[in-house]
Ligand binder design. Structure first.
Ligand code: HEM
Ligand code: HEM
Length: 216
């Protein structure tokens, strides 16, 4: 455990998680549009494993990565909107909830993908379980993506607005920043173990598929 004065606001696992999402999200989008469905599938699996990890890290990670440190009640959110600024460390009260919304949308995107199929030759590994709901799953995957895209757009605009007002949130997400009141520093080994647990869970889910997934 390091002393609080020398620790980062965003621990390395949270930063790696975040910056991996960006290329994966773009690659999943482009590959689906261009019909490279195997690439799409792999990007989707990786996003699912990462989001599974981030959820676990939200309970066991370093102070500012924990849900308990950034999910605040409605009064705090209203107060934040009234004042229009946030002087604390970590996600602001509105940002904290937007993190949960983005994680939920990413999870829902990946899970619906597992049950989805296109009209041609590609189907997610669990598509056989969708039955009569196949069309709904397909619509859900598409609608959810549009919500995700909108949410990500708002997310990036919010970050840019902060930048215009002189507060650079991107730098700490790259370098880690400097935390004054971080109390828990979770080990990167724990992060690796949780990442492995998340991958194992997906592996198990995929083992339920009737035809073997490419790596089984
Ligand atoms: C150029 C694109 C992006 C930039 C500049 C950016 C920037 C940031 C910044 C600065 C934060 C920290 C906000 C804070 O201080 O409270 C953050 C957090 C976050 N961003 Fe992004 N982001 C980008 C793209 C994305 C994409 C594509 C996604 C997902 C689809 C995403 C999902 C998230 C999530 C889930 C968090 C919370 C991080 C955590 O606590 O684990 N971001 N982003
Ligand atoms: C989590 C990240 C994912 C993102 C961002 C994503 C995004 C998309 C997008 C934008 C489309 C095109 C929608 C349309 O216009 O019809 C699509 C289609 C599709 N996705 Fe995903 N997806 C993800 C995960 C997955 C996963 C994990 C699978 C399955 C292994 C999957 C299976 C499919 C299938 C089968 C289609 C074709 C649907 C059709 O053509 O009607 N997706 N996805």
């Amino acid at each position: 455990m390091q002393s609080p004065a020398t620790t980062a606001v965003w621990d390395l696992p949270t930063r790696l998680f975040h910056w991996s999402l960006l290329p994966l999200f773009i690659a999943a989008w482009v590959s689906a549009e261009e019909g490279y469905m195997e690439v799409h599938e792999w990007c989707g699996y990786t996003v699912l494993v990462l989001v599974g990890f981030r959820i676990l890290w939200g309970f066991a990670g370093s102070s500012h990565s924990r849900f308990s440190s950034f999910l605040r009640g409605p009064a705090a959110v209203l107060e934040y909107f009234k004042r229009g600024e946030w002087s604390g460390e970590g996600h602001n009260p509105a940002g904290g909830w937007s993190v949960v919304a983005m994680l939920a949308l990413l999870l829902s995107q990946g899970v619906s993908g597992l049950f989805n199929e296109d009209d041609i030759a590609f189907s997610g590994p669990l598509a056989h379980l969708a039955g009569d709901l196949a069309d709904s799953v397909n619509e859900w995957h598409e609608l959810n993506f549009n919500l995700l895209l909108a949410m990500t757009g708002v997310h990036v605009i919010a970050v840019l607005l902060y930048l215009r007002r002189g507060k650079n949130l991107v730098r700490p997400m790259v370098t880690g920043g400097m935390a004054g009141n971080r109390t828990v520093t979770a080990s990167p080994w724990l992060a690796l173990a949780l990442l492995a647990a998340s991958a194992a869970l997906l592996w198990w889910l995929l083992s339920l598929a009737p035809k073997p997934a490419p790596f089984l």
